[in-house]
Design a protein. Structure first.
Length: 127
């Protein structure tokens, strides 16, 4: 029994050592800049939110469309609408939803579910 446990321990130690040598020495991980279209849905959503906030600052629809083209979706306005509605249905952060609604509206895709999240313009005070 001792001989078996000793052999097992030696095998595990050698296996771990060989794994480190092969994994870190011979074939290390090589990070490559992948395309935005290859991102997981969660990260695509994060990217879309960043574009929506940039749109809030710049109010440049053309720039937002150019940035969203990196995701290689067929219909960008429909994609933004889908993300926005998913965020509303999933009760995500109100600021993110408002930014997405503003972008979606700028792209001509305002739906009834988005209307309560439209930015509220403060009434002007005339003196």
């Amino acid at each position: 029994m001792r001989r078996f446990l000793g052999s097992l321990l030696v095998g595990v130690v050698l296996g771990v050592a060989l794994g480190f040598v092969v994994g870190w020495g011979l074939f290390p991980v090589q990070y490559v800049n992948g395309p935005a279209a290859a991102l997981d849905e969660r990260y695509r959503d994060d990217y879309t939110i960043m574009i929506a906030y940039a749109y809030l600052d710049e109010r440049d629809t053309r720039a937002a469309l150019e940035r969203l083209r990196l995701l290689e979706t067929e219909n960008i306005p429909l994609y933004v609408q889908t993300v926005t509605e998913r965020f509303i249905s999933g009760s995500r952060g109100i600021e993110d939803i408002r930014a997405l609604v503003t972008l979606s509206e700028a792209l001509g895709r305002l739906t009834p579910i988005m209307e309560p999240y439209q930015p509220i313009d403060a009434p002007s005070v005339n003196q």
